[in-house]
Design a protein around this ligand. Structure first.
Ligand SMILES: Nc1ncnc2c1ncn2[C@@H]1O[C@H](COP(=O)(O)OP(=O)(O)OP(=O)(O)O)[C@@H](O)[C@H]1O
Length: 240
């Protein structure tokens, strides 16, 4: 569905992504993991058109995204850092975005997280008065609101309390089961355990490995994501 074809990115002299090729399919829960600074957020931003690649291309259903303007509408995005308009109230933000997306009817809205996180109760609160976790909840509810086929979530669980974290994971699980594509980054691997169907491990701007969970389970005989990843990395180091 989405293909990264030899994507490279330089910031000045620094090569942040080095010929990254990757295929992402509907119905997959893809965990994009790797050390700090390995290029995860940059990959996501290139996919969303927020940063331009130095070379390579990304295609959606075989067509380069550069030539499409509407493709972003089908991607729900939760950024690592939320930048909401300071003086706006929560209710006003939802109202404004609904007005901008007249292409989606009310019946199509996905209000599961909006309801689960009780965002309605926050409608008169100013966005800059929200706590970090509340902002994450607003951001999560917005990412799902217009029922996109693809969800791109950059460290979405940071700051969520345990109950909200669980509600969020269940929502991700059911979205993947419904055939959506979820691309998620997190350093908290236990948060990814139940939702991941594929792991892409990025290191120094290169894909160190990209495997399905089944493949990783078979190769390692482990059940937890952190142990599987650690074993695969250790084993590869021996052979390098
Ligand atoms: N706008 C920018 N200008 C210059 N360098 C940048 C810019 N954005 C990112 N970088 C650099 O690119 C590298 C990769 O950053 P990126 O945010 O993609 O990493 P990450 O894997 O998401 O890291 P983390 O796990 O810490 O969130 C880092 O060295 C970062 O300093």
């Amino acid at each position: 569905m989405i293909e990264f074809r030899e994507i490279s990115k330089r910031f000045g002299k620094q090569k942040v992504l080095n010929q990254v090729s990757l295929q992402l399919e509907v119905g997959h829960g893809v965990a994009l993991v790797g050390p700090n600074g390995s290029g995860k957020t940059t990959m996501i931003k290139i996919l969303l058109g927020l940063v331009t690649s130095t070379s390579g291309e990304i295609t959606l259903y075989g067509k380069p995204i550069e030539k499409q303007s509407e493709y972003r509408k089908d991607i729900g995005y939760m950024p690592q850092i939320n930048r909401f308009p300071d003086n706006m109230k929560v209710g006003q933000l939802f109202g404004m975005l609904k007005n901008m997306r007249k292409d989606v009817s009310k019946e199509q809205y996905d209000l599961d997280l909006f309801k689960a996180f009780e965002i309605g109760k926050l409608k008169d609160k100013k966005l800059n008065h929200l706590s970090g976790g509340m902002k994450q909840k607003v951001s999560a509810a917005l990412a799902f609101l217009f029922n996109p086929q693809v969800l791109v979530l950059d460290e979405p669980t940071a700051g969520l309390d345990p109950v909200s974290n669980e509600l969020f994971k269940q929502k991700l699980k059911s979205s993947i089961n419904q055939g959506k594509l979820v691309l998620i980054t997190s350093h908290i691997l236990s948060d990814l355990d139940e939702i991941t169907t594929h792991v892409v491990y990025l290191m120094d701007g290169k894909v160190r490995f990209s495997k399905s969970l089944e493949q990783m389970k078979e190769e390692t005989s482990e059940h937890r994501l952190n142990r599987m990843i650690a074993q695969i990395l250790n084993r590869e180091e021996v052979y390098v």
